[in-house]
Design a protein around this ligand. Structure first.
Ligand code: SAM
Length: 390
């Protein structure tokens, strides 16, 4: 059993887990439990910050009482530990402060010292270590580099040992290191692209048989193709703009020069509203045309125009695509939704008429489809994630 510490928008993160693992449930508002015998690799997830193997479940108590139990447990468990332990402690959901969390670490350190075990304690700036600090210190990646994750849920407390944290440096390099970028077509963050690839729910079992192929008909500079290739799939990208095809080509060549890729890619120009794609297509994953970017909410007339234009392009594309897919093929799209000052959203009309376009919207157990919105606090154009099946 694993615990996953979810990202900034936990609803999207749990959707990703639900599509990748059979048994997933909420534990607290920012964490989820994954019941699996498989090893969960946090680097293969876009929306999870840390994962940990569950060691024990404790009754709901405050931090002081819980921390005493933890000290007791590890004082015994590690009494004959060989070599030096690097230790970090992160708490989630407790009413406590960095000093008290640090104090737990210091108490454990001195008790272990008495048994001849030496501990290097990672200082707590906060009640939990940032993913960057955990990753930088390689916590969870070897037997003697340990991060305890102590999570207060609705009904109990979980003590887990980290199995790794998201590698923010690698994600940033995958984003900023690419030779071709284009501010106007927008920058899909690699972790969102990876999350979308996982939303397709292609099983790893399929990967062993023959490599599934993912189509992105709005490929732009190729972030989705990049993440599909890194996840072990074949990638197929098309775009209306010749420039974008050449940008994607350059970016994927750069990716191949820096990584061992099993899959291969195909690229060509094409209008998503009329193109005929070459099979096989096992999933479609795309950030569609999002309309123009806005730094402030547009006037009602402007919004009507942009929304109408996007709706036309995306629904014509979906109709064109439908006849070209095998029934049951997953179609994962990021489409625009516009955020107003009061926090409400204007959605594309097509999101209310998915059935009429021939697709089925997949409903998830742990999150409502309307909650699958990705945006930063200052963004007007949000990305609404649609999980469909042809
Ligand atoms: C939001 S961008 C996608 C960005 C891409 N995910 C990336 O990371 O670079 C949308 C892309 O759709 C393309 N596009 C717009 N209308 C199109 C159409 N009718 N058919 C195909 N591509 C289109 C644009 O050229 C642009 O590259």
């Amino acid at each position: 059993m694993y615990i996953a510490l979810l990202g900034r928008q936990p609803e999207i993160s749990i959707a990703e887990l639900e599509r990748r693992f059979t048994s997933v449930r909420w534990f607290s508002s920012e964490t989820a439990i994954i019941d699996t015998d498989r090893i969960v690799n946090v680097q293969q997830l876009g929306g999870t910050q840390k994962t940990g193997r569950v060691i024990m479940t404790l009754p709901l108590r405050d931090w002081r009482t819980t921390s005493m139990k933890i000290v007791q447990h590890y004082q015994k468990a590690w009494s004959d530990f060989e070599g030096k332990v690097t230790l970090g402690i992160s708490t989630y959901g407790f009413t406590t402060n960095a000093r008290d969390v640090q104090k737990t670490g210091l108490t454990l350190k001195s008790k272990l010292k008495a048994s001849g075990v030496s501990v290097r304690l990672i200082p707590n700036q906060d009640v939990s270590l940032s993913s960057a600090t955990s990753h930088h210190n390689k916590l969870g990646l070897s037997e003697n580099k340990i991060e305890l994750l102590v999570v207060k849920g609705r009904d109990s407390i979980i003590l887990a040992e980290s199995t790794g944290s998201q590698n923010i440096t690698a994600l940033a390099a995958r984003d900023q290191g690419r030779p071709r970028r284009d501010a106007f077509v927008g920058m899909l963050p690699p972790k969102l692209a990876l999350l979308m690839v996982n939303l397709a729910g292609l099983s790893t079992h399929d990967k062993a048989q023959s490599r599934p192929r993912i189509l992105d008909p709005f490929c732009g500079t190729g972030v989705l193709l990049q993440e599909s290739l890194l996840a072990g799939y074949d990638a197929y990208g098309t775009d209306l703009a010749e420039k974008m095809i050449s940008y994607s080509e350059d970016n994927l060549k750069w990716l191949k020069s820096n990584n061992q890729l099993k899959g291969s890619w195909t690229l060509h120009e094409g209008d998503a509203m009329t193109t005929t794609w070459n099979g096989p297509i096992d999933a479609v994953v795309a950030e569609t045309y999002l309309g123009q970017p806005f730094s402030a909410p547009p006037s009602p007339a402007k919004l009507k125009e942009v929304r109408g234009n996007c709706n036309h392009i995306i629904s014509t594309f979906l109709k064109n695509l439908h006849g070209q897919l095998k029934p049951g093929t997953p179609v994962i799209l990021a489409v625009p939704a516009w955020r107003h000052i009061d926090g409400t959203f204007t959605h594309l009309p097509l999101t209310e008429a998915i059935d009429a376009l021939g697709y089925r919207q997949i409903t998830l157990s742990h999150v409502r489809n309307e909650q699958l919105l990705y945006y930063r606090p200052d963004q007007v154009v949000a990305r609404q994630l649609l999980i469909l099946e042809a």
